[in-house]
Ligand binder design. Structure first.
Ligand code: 2P0
Length: 351
């Protein structure tokens, strides 16, 4: 038996992924880009064990076994990484497992999340990234081109491909719609590039969302003309501008595009028929407070973004961290916790 334990943080998109070009390949209708959060905060911790005596592949999520026998996503990750497996050799040079033998090994996976599952905090991103990273470690997988492992994580969950790298990470949608080989993640800037950047997270709700991302984006693709316009006309220019802004550590441009893209994503949800509401009244008041705060500062000093749920992520720089946290605590004293990432500690405020 061989095993490996790895962890992968979640990521929060600044230009959002919403809509699939190919459901079978899990490729997107537009590129996207996100910040991978710190390893110490919201993450999945995953142990992968492989043995010839394991008769079937199994998964335990937060201690409870899930039926994965019919999960194409889980199985695609296992078979994808097994294809890249190499021969395992001991430190003395003895062959322990020839690469042709790995196909006879069953896989057992145990994964824990350090944050609410499916509450719009991208738990599937961290989960599938950690799964692929753990499998790659156990099987000694070697990429045949940069980003190949991210194409496998993408088949688990689209946003997972971006969590394989730290820092600012783009998911290039790719042009090869037959194989999806070039629909992969690429690191734009590493995790040390902008140490002053922080994310404050307001957990408005830790309940499971009522419309899953997969289901929601399928309805949006089928019914929202705004989504088609966004993918064909808006996103490419936004990607270029925000990548430049992040590279130059230009918070004002980075923050403005992040807020505009979050708003457009939620506008496409409203334009979906029947409409999807991910934000609630608390989310909307966060938007108002952030704009009022920015007016008071005379610049973009804080930038909100919301994924497929009501929880707010507010990007900001270190110098306003205390002020922003104090402001949010004043308005939302009863919410479960506020966390400031990238260095400063969490403030737990449970009822
Ligand atoms: C993102 N989201 O870019 C966007 C913003 C939600 C809103 O990626 O079907 O869980 O597993 O590929 O990756 C959520 O979608 O969807 C997502 P699947 P996923 O982060």
């Amino acid at each position: 038996m061989f095993s490996a334990t790895v962890s992968a943080p979640t990521n929060i998109a600044c230009v959002k992924y919403w809509g699939k070009k190919s459901v079978a390949l899990n490729t997107p209708i537009n590129s996207s880009v996100s910040v991978t959060l710190d390893q110490n905060d919201l993450k999945a911790v995953t142990t992968v064990c492989v043995s010839k005596s394991f008769k079937k592949d199994r998964l335990w999520l937060n201690g409870t076994e899930e039926d994965v026998t019919k999960s194409k996503r889980f199985m695609a990750c296992i078979s994808g990484v097994k294809r890249l497996a190499t021969t395992k050799v001991s430190t003395e040079g003895e062959v322990l497992v020839d690469k042709s033998e790995w196909k006879h090994f069953g896989v057992h996976v145990s994964s824990m999340n350090t944050f609410p599952t499916a509450a719009g905090l991208a738990s599937s991103a961290a989960g599938y990234a950690a799964l692929v990273a753990g499998l790659a470690e156990v099987f000694g997988a070697k990429e045949t081109y940069p980003g190949e492992l991210s194409t496998i994580a993408r088949q688990g969950s689209g946003s997972a491909c971006r969590s394989l790298y730290g820092g600012f990470v783009a998911w290039r949608m790719g042009k090869d719609h037959d194989t999806g080989e070039d629909s992969l993640a690429q690191q734009v800037c590493d995790e040390n590039h902008w140490p002053e950047l922080r994310a404050l997270i307001l957990v408005v709700s830790d309940e499971k969302k009522d419309t899953s991302s997969t289901e929601g984006m399928s309805t949006s693709v089928n019914t929202s003309k705004l989504l088609g316009y966004r993918a064909s006309t808006v996103v490419d220019e936004r990607m270029r501008s925000i990548e430049k802004a992040y590279t130059e550590r230009d918070f004002e441009t980075f923050g403005k595009i992040t807020m505009q893209d979050s708003n457009q994503f939620h506008a496409t949800c409203l334009d979906t028929y029947p409409p999807i509401f991910y934000m609630n009244d608390v989310s909307k008041s966060v938007i108002k407070i952030v704009h009022a705060y920015n007016r008071w500062k005379g610049k973009v000093a804080a930038a909100y973004t919301f994924d497929a749920g009501p929880n707010a992520v507010i990007y900001h720089l270190e110098d306003v961290a205390d002020e922003l946290l104090a402001l949010m605590l004043q308005y939302f004293p009863d919410d479960k916790f506020l966390g400031s990432l990238f260095g400063s500690s969490f403030v737990n405020n449970p009822q």
